[in-house]
Design a protein around this ligand. Sequence first.
Ligand code: NAD
Length: 443
Amino acid sequence: MADRYQQFASSRVGRQLVRRLGLPNPVPLRRYRPGDPLVAGPVLVAGGGRVADAVLGVLKSAQVDAKTTVDEGTRYGALVFDATSITDSSGLRSLYDFFHPVARRLVTCGRVIVIGTPPEDCTDIREATAQRALEGFVRTVGKEFRRGATAQLVYVSAGAEGGIESTVRFLLSAKSAYVSGQVVRIGPAEVTTPADWAHPLAGRVALVTGASRGIGEAIAEVLARDGAHVVCLDIPAQGQDLSAVANRIGGSTVQLDITAEDAPGKLGEYLKERHGGVDVVVHNAGITRDKTLAKMSEQQWDSVLNVNLSAQERINDVLLGAEVLRPGGRLIGVSSIAGIAGNMGQANYATSKAGVIGMVRSLAPTLAARGGTINAVAPGFIETRMTAVVPLFVREAGRRMNSMAQGGLPVDVAETIAWFANPGSTGVNGNVVRVCGQSLLGA
Ligand code: NAD
């Protein structure tokens, strides 16, 4: 469904009207195209904590122009502030001192990254307090900087400094166009640096459920672009669309209803026999059956819980129990902001999607012990068939009630999933990252 308001707001007349009346201004977001530079301008790095050197190392490896002092008149592609040296609340003043003079010097769709120490890792109470305070700062920057800018807080545990590259590259790049106001945690882990950052999944096998259309189709495309062989799964009724997707990306197809009793066993056998196992599994298949609780049938409750949560748990049991998921493997869930904020008419859906978050948190130690990870995305308003049928008023509210004043695209969810799947992201475990343009819902 075309966003007509955004089209109007980008026209000559529209731009003037939007400015005069103070209407939402959804600027076209910069999105990744192979061969584009990582960032749209020099990156200013400051703060001088324990992670700054690692950031400068990443920028060098990515051939990005890094600056450590402010130049008069320069517009920056990104501002990175290492706040790990802040040990009490008085130190928070350094945020103001750094950001105030450069707040208007960011290019359109610029990036802000603040790096901190996870408060739960701090033994000193004042340090834990100050580090937690960074969240409020970053979320506000996400709301204030506008013009497609994003702002994130990355908590890096001591000893995890060497594992930040995939995350810094993702958050600086146009791949994170619709991710803002997020808090990401990176823990110590053995990281495999991709030989080729353009094809980090070369030689890996990825399974994507619900891959025949919408967000699943975009996930399959992006993982294939990154070098993976993608096994595309969907229900038999979607067989034709599924084959079209798999043919386009050189993948293979599995027609299966994930809720069928024998589905986990069949899937496990298929992956073992055909591919010797699987490296990345994306549980994307999902359904809605909306009704307020008082009007909801048992069937509506059961089917949503089954597809969106219970079937995934049964498949995980086989993937982990029968060693189908190879060491270092990645499980990736697709939650929703409805699972964080709750949503009118979606008691079944919100319960299932909050359950996905529970699954991520409870399985994270199990995956870490195998050198792997489990994370989830929580999409906000994404332009798909699912959201095209939402009533007009609710749809317009969903599109505008976020810092980008527009809906996201399936590719935005897919790029975030590709970052979790990257072999360089082993330290990113147990995270739920919203792809919602910093939606006001559940914030
Ligand atoms: P969609 O309906 O276009 O696609 C879902 C796919 O899952 C379909 O191809 C469907 O056939 C498949 N599927 C459903 N039941 C299945 C089953 N039992 N076995 C195998 N495949 C099955 O939806 P979408 O908008 O692309 O959503 C994809 C995921 O993203 C879902 O988990 C959804 O809940 C989540 N999500 C979407 C949005 C959004 O704005 N579109 C927001 C938040 C979360």
